[in-house]
Design a protein around this ligand. Structure first.
Ligand SMILES: *Cc1c(COP(=O)(O)O)cnc(C)c1O
Length: 357
């Protein structure tokens, strides 16, 4: 089965094979060697210096996002959240659950973020210390342009907490220029590992100003970081996911790093776009503002998502539906993972078969 959903991704043989390594205890030196290698490997993906570290948490991408938000906004701090899709709205929900002073700045799903509105909201609100943004809003495939937002963060001394769950490893991130203090991501999207392990790449000084006392016991990032720094772990981690992530990071480096992966994603996304355009299927989010990772398309006239999905699944492909109000309107195709040109050509042929039936 070829997975064209936005994670978990189609695994390479190399990463799959890594799952068959020896049983391992998380309180033994060989585990801590692997943990340290992975933590360094994640920081190295974007060539970050020792002001940065990565902290591993076992769970899905949302686990890392919740750990980042609940830990890093101080007790008397405030969070401005930019929403233009499901994942921005989820951060607002997370902040509310934790009783954080939160100010959402709402845009329609897929709408371009207007930095002037963000800055006005920031100035009008009291006590904002952090701004949360989604880099690639997977709801629509829009890659949010964070240049202007980053300038606002730096100008007002507000730290950016970035949801890079579906962009880390596959898109350019301007760590300094956007005022990023932490970025949450997962092993099983652009990094090509397996689900169950997620991480936050953050400035060490952001951990020093974290919420005290912690809002959460299980997701407190400073606790994880302190334990991992001293070759430890607070709880039982998803050890087999570590094997996969270790191998996935080696594979990413061997294949030329995030830049090469981005280039490859662009080729695949364009191959899908051109193939579908040939069948009369148009992009929902225009290619120029879409990520390389995932694209959204209008469902063709008179064709339901179920018909498309089920037909493609018979041909060996899993595509992805739109969320909530977009369910009846769009479908999504992600070309992360071990996908070949031939896979895309077979996909387009399968679309052609379904549409002509
Ligand atoms: C996938 C994703 C998440 C997290 O989803 P999980 O199901 O918890 O892994 C968060 N943000 C974005 C932008 C995503 O694409």
């Amino acid at each position: 089965m070829i997975l064209l959903n936005p994670g978990p991704v189609t695994l390479s043989e190399r990463v799959k094979d890594a799952l068959l390594k020896p049983d391992i205890c998380h309180r033994e030196p060989e585990f801590f060697d692997m943990q340290s290698e992975i933590r360094q490997g994640l920081v190295d993906v974007y060539g970050l210096d020792e002001a940065w570290c990565s902290v591993l948490v076992s769970g899905s991408g949302t686990c890392a996002v919740e750990a980042m938000i609940s830990s890093l906004v101080p007790a008397d701090g405030g969070l401005l959240v930019i929403e233009n899709g499901v994942y921005g709205e989820r951060i607002t929900d997370i902040a509310r659950v934790h009783g954080i002073n939160v100010v959402p700045v709402h845009f329609e799903w897929g709408e371009e973020i207007d930095p002037a509105r963000v800055e006005a909201a920031l100035v009008a609100a009291d006590g904002i210390t952090h701004l949360a943004a989604i880099h690639h809003e997977t709801t629509t495939g829009r890659l949010n342009d964070l240049t202007g937002i980053g300038e606002i963060c730096i100008k007002h001394g507000v730290g950016m907490l970035l949801d890079g769950v579906s962009s880390f490893g596959g898109e350019a991130l301007d760590w300094e220029g956007w005022g990023i203090v932490a970025c949450a991501a997962t092993a099983n999207k652009c990094v090509h590992g397996i689900p169950g392990l997620a991480f936050v790449v953050c400035r060490r000084d952001a951990l020093a100003t974290a919420c005290e006392p912690p809002r959460t016991l299980y997701l407190d990032l400073p606790t994880y970081c302190a334990k991992q720094d001293e070759r430890g772990t607070p709880f039982t981690p998803a050890v087999y996911c570590y094997y996969a992530l270790q191998e996935a990071l080696l594979e990413l480096a061997d294949q030329g790093g995030w830049q090469a992966r981005h280039g490859r994603y662009c080729e695949l996304a364009e191959r899908v776009r051109a193939g579908l355009a040939g069948l009369g299927i148009e992009a929902y989010t225009p290619a120029e503002v879409s990520s390389a990772v995932l694209r959204s398309y209008d469902l063709p006239e008179g064709v339901t998502y179920e018909l498309l999905h089920d037909g493609l699944k018979k041909a060996g492909f899993v595509i992805y539906a739109g969320q909530a109000g977009l369910k009846e309107r769009i479908f999504r195709i992600s070309t992360m993972g071990a996908i070949t040109d031939e896979d895309v050509d077979r996909l387009i042929a399968a679309f052609a078969d379904i549409l002509s039936a």
